[in-house]
Write a protein that binds this ligand. Structure first.
Ligand SMILES: *[C@@H]1O[C@H](CO)[C@@H](O)[C@H](O)[C@H]1NC(C)=O
Ligand SMILES: *[C@@H]1O[C@H](CO)[C@@H](O)[C@H](O)[C@H]1NC(C)=O
Ligand SMILES: *[C@@H]1O[C@H](CO)[C@@H](O)[C@H](O)[C@H]1NC(C)=O
Ligand SMILES: [Zn+2]
Ligand SMILES: [Zn+2]
Length: 476
């Protein structure tokens, strides 16, 4: 049989499945100065600050004057939260945020192609005199606001859109056929730019450094991984990110401690036997029988080995052998997906899937190899919220939007590449509600009808800023 063609079909089907896995996500050029490598540009920033005295800086509007009557915020109080909201909510700021979000929405760019989105972000950072390192992971940006010294806390936004044709008819509909910000990453970018503005305004209050990460390719799974490889988490001791969520009314914040989003992985096994005439089975080694036994045995992993209170899934979704009805084929290719909420369970599943397939193949004198696509990073570990970082988000949220507007959310089966950060340092992922029935923002992420309530933009910006500023005071 034409195995190359089979492989091609298989690859396409794997790509589609990967997309589906992500679909189940909750519904989730520099100016010459900035061409300097990160550390140099950082020192350059410091040099400017040292050379010029405060009053000349003010004349140059590099540093905003401290607001009159603003609280000191050496210790965080509710007045500090109110101060951040006061910076976020003026109509001109809201209009600016909406304008940014609409420009990004009209020009959606797919994973690792976020060139114009990245340019738009850098233009805004330049206007604010915020220094950054670029490029990282091709289109990613690492900006810094604060003292330039420790502690360092990071906030992250993803920039990529989806290969979906927008079905919402509105003034700022996607201008690119077949591409759409259907997961709200346009809002994530906007809220992080909004936070940069607030934090820059309050830079003199910051007790350390806030690192703003704009990452590519969340939907493709390897954006976060590449950002980390390029040094995004250098010195960073904790990281936070938000995702829009259609389940909750506008600007309701939510999260949960511990496992939040499932780990999601795929496998592809090649089971090899020996081809032969089906009428003389003793002269062949039958991979169809071996693969069939493997499929049955895989069902036992979750049902017999996993704690029933620890949700896990193993599904075989693809089974391809020969197509000559009179021949036992040479190989069978099996494929499927697996999910789990705890890191331990996730990696145990991976290990057991491999063992079961290889050993069942052996029972029938076949050999097997199993590929988990780890090189392509289409494996997402679970997103697990650190208990302390979750508690920090909860406190900030309640202070900012009030206890009735904070919800503890159940774990969800979708996957998120924020998981890669949560594997490395304490992290918390939280949601901001976008549901508004009057507006029609009631559709799940990755729907062609997906839309957000733009009223979240200033709240999300203030939430990011409060999480970062308060972290530096209370955990630094
Ligand atoms: C601060 O800068 C301003 C404007 O450049 C200058 O007039 C002033 O003398 C400087 N003050 C000090 C203390 O260096
Ligand atoms: C998750 O498990 C993997 C494999 O055992 C390990 O490398 C990684 O450090 C673990 N992550 C966490 C957050 O425990
Ligand atoms: C929903 O959107 C409409 C139109 O923008 C607005 O008037 C209303 O206040 C919003 N409702 C909520 C609950 O935010
Ligand atoms: Zn998303
Ligand atoms: Zn998504």
């Amino acid at each position: 049989m034409n195995t190359q063609r089979q492989y091609l079909i298989y690859s396409i089907s794997i790509l589609i499945t990967i997309l589906n896995c992500i679909i189940s996500v909750v519904e989730a050029k520099a100016s010459s100065d900035h061409d300097l490598p990160y550390f140099e540009s950082y020192h350059f920033n410091k040099a400017i600050l040292n050379q010029k005295n405060q009053s000349s800086l003010r004349q140059l509007s590099l540093v905003a004057p401290p607001l009159s009557s603003s609280p000191d915020c050496t210790i965080w109080t509710k007045a500090c939260s109110e101060e951040l909201l006061k910076l976020a909510k003026p109509p001109e700021n809201v209009e600016w945020l909406k304008g940014l979000r609409r420009r990004i929405h009209e020009n959606p760019e797919l994973a690792f192609e976020e060139f114009e989105t990245s340019q738009l972000i850098r233009d805004e950072l330049d206007k604010m005199e915020v220094f950054y390192r670029f490029p990282m992971a091709k289109t990613g940006i690492r900006a810094m606001i604060g003292t330039g010294g420790p502690p360092f806390v990071a906030i992250r936004a993803d920039m990529d859109a989806l290969p979906i044709q927008e079905a919402v008819e509105w003034e700022h509909k996607s201008k690119l056929a077949g591409k759409m910000h259907a997961c709200g990453h346009d809002a994530h970018v906007t809220m992080l730019i909004g936070a940069a503005k607030i934090l820059k305004r309050r830079e003199h209050h910051l007790k350390g450094t806030v690192v703003l990460l704009f990452q590519p390719a969340e939907e493709a799974g390897n954006g976060a991984k590449r950002m980390i490889n390029d040094g995004a988490l250098e010195n960073v001791e904790a990281i936070f990110a938000v995702h829009v969520l259609h389940d909750h009314p506008t600007a309701v914040l939510g999260s949960r401690p511990g496992p939040l989003l499932a780990g999601c992985g795929f496998f592809r096994a090649v089971i090899s036997g020996k081809e032969g005439r089906a009428g003389n089975p003793h002269r062949s080694v039958d991979p169809v029988l071996a693969a069939s036994a493997a499929v049955i045995s895989l069902q036992g992993i979750v049902s017999r080995e996993a704690n029933p209170l620890d949700s896990q899934v193993v599904s075989v979704t693809s089974f391809k052998g020969g197509d000559n009805l009179d021949m036992i084929p040479d190989t069978v290719i099996l494929g499927g997906t697996f999910r789990a909420f705890s890191n331990t369970s996730f990696y145990q599943l991976l290990q057991r899937i491999e063992e079961v397939i290889v050993e069942q193949a052996g029972v029938f004198r076949c050999s097997a190899t199993v590929d988990f696509f780890e090189k392509e990073y289409t494996i997402y570990p679970p997103t697990v919220n650190d208990e302390r970082m979750y508690e920090h988000v909860r406190k900030v949220a309640i202070d900012l939007v009030g206890p009735t507007n904070f919800r503890v959310v159940p774990p969800m089966m979708g996957a998120e590449d924020f998981a890669f950060y949560s594997q490395v340092i304490p992290a918390a992922f939280f949601y901001i509600g976008i549901m508004n029935e009057t507006l029609g923002s009631i559709h799940v992420g990755h729907s062609p009808y997906f839309m957000i309530d733009e009223d979240i933009l200033p709240i999300g910006a203030a939430a990011h800023a409060a999480i970062a500023e308060r972290y530096l005071i209370e955990y630094g």
